[in-house]
Write a protein that binds this ligand. Structure first.
Ligand code: UFG
Length: 321
């Protein structure tokens, strides 16, 4: 049993991580400022500290609770917004992470799992993308993740902290048992936007580009179920506790689904035709992005259990039923 401080534990991915840790018998303290996290995502058997990572005193209070390890998932994550308001992303993501690391040093907490992103790679130079691929982010959000990875590396060398940075590909789905109740508000990503069209809360959606160098001309992505992501965090904590090394690991399924395939699969799962239009390309989208996730298997014994996109869509659609 490990006592884990989950920073951002009321958010979409964070709440799935907390659920997984509790089910595996760990003790959890959730730290969240509820800017995007939701009260409805909390579990009775996890302790709660309402606080902001820009508030050093609140972080020190959290870190003083005999914490064995930290999972840091508190970040602003809207790519478009990060290009318009970089200061907000620098403060929240970078300064906030520095505060966390300094509080860990102050209270002797030695292990941290960090939510990084495939956005650190930028435009892929080869596929599938492995962890040795150069990091060259093309948006400020991805840049903040890269900077935090570098900070983790320095703190590991200088302050004896060990870390695992998990580079998520496209996170999707909800817990199959519907125990996570809070749907993401104002979603920016493909699957939740399609679901909003299906429920009627938006009239239609757009497919951005159908002239890409892919089989059907629409972009291909590597979708990974959020419960699989959660499992990797628990495995990362256990790994950090028994070994002094640090790692950056891709978390993906290793398979791609195109925007058109996602759309068709949603129509099949939901059982009705959806309204959409083909629109021009969105800036900064690579044709194809897919992970090589063998290192996560080697280091953590982890691989994605959800392999079928219709099963993944079903867990999202279930939230509406
Ligand atoms: N798309 C549409 N219509 C929409 C929304 C998205 O066609 O209304 C397309 C996009 O153009 C893209 C694909 O669907 O081709 C997936 O787009 P998302 O916005 O859902 O996801 P991204 O691949 O752009 O980015 C996601 C996360 C990032 C993360 C990245 C890492 O949002 O935070 O995966 O792979 F960095």
């Amino acid at each position: 049993m490990v006592k884990v401080l989950v920073i951002g534990g009321a958010g979409y991915i964070g709440s799935h991580v907390v659920k997984d840790l509790l089910e595996k018998g760990h003790q959890v303290v959730v730290f969240d400022n509820f800017s995007t996290g939701q009260e409805i995502n909390l579990f009775n058997n996890a302790e709660l500290i309402k606080g902001d990572i820009l508030d050093k005193t609140a972080l020190e209070m959290a870190m003083s609770q005999n914490i064995d390890a930290v999972i840091h998932m508190a970040a602003k994550k809207a790519v478009g917004e990060s290009m318009i308001n970089p200061g907000l992303y620098a403060d929240n993501n970078i300064t906030g992470s520095i505060n966390i690391l300094n509080a860990m040093v102050q209270f002797g907490v030695k292990h941290i799992v960090f939510s990084s992103s495939a956005a650190v790679y930028g435009m892929p130079q080869y596929l599938p993308v492995d962890e040795k691929h150069q990091r060259n982010p093309i948006n400020f959000y991805g840049y903040t993740k890269m900077v935090i990875e570098d900070l983790l590396d320095w703190y590991s060398k200088l302050k004896n902290i060990n870390y695992i940075a998990l580079r998520y590909f496209n996170a999707v789905g909800y817990a199959a048992d519907k125990s996570i109740k809070g749907k993401e508000k104002n979603p920016q990503n493909l699957l939740p936007i399609i679901i909003e069209t299906a429920t009627g809360s938006r009239e239609s959606f757009q497919i951005f580009g159908k002239d890409y160098q892919t089989a059907d001309g629409t972009c291909e992505r590597d979708y990974i179920h959020v419960s699989d992501l959660a499992d990797a965090h628990e495995k990362s904590i256990l790994r950090l506790m028994k070994d002094d090394s640090s790692y950056c690991l891709n978390l993906g399924s290793g398979r791609t689904v195109s925007v058109q395939q996602m759309t068709d699969a949603c129509e099949k799962v939901i059982g009705k035709k959806l309204k959409y239009q083909y629109a021009p390309r969105r800036f900064g989208d690579p044709d194809k992005l897919v992970s090589q996730a063998d290192l996560a298997y080697q280091i953590l014994g982890w691989k994605a259990k959800y392999t079928n996109i219709e099963d993944i869509i079903q867990t999202t659609w279930n939230m509406e039923l």
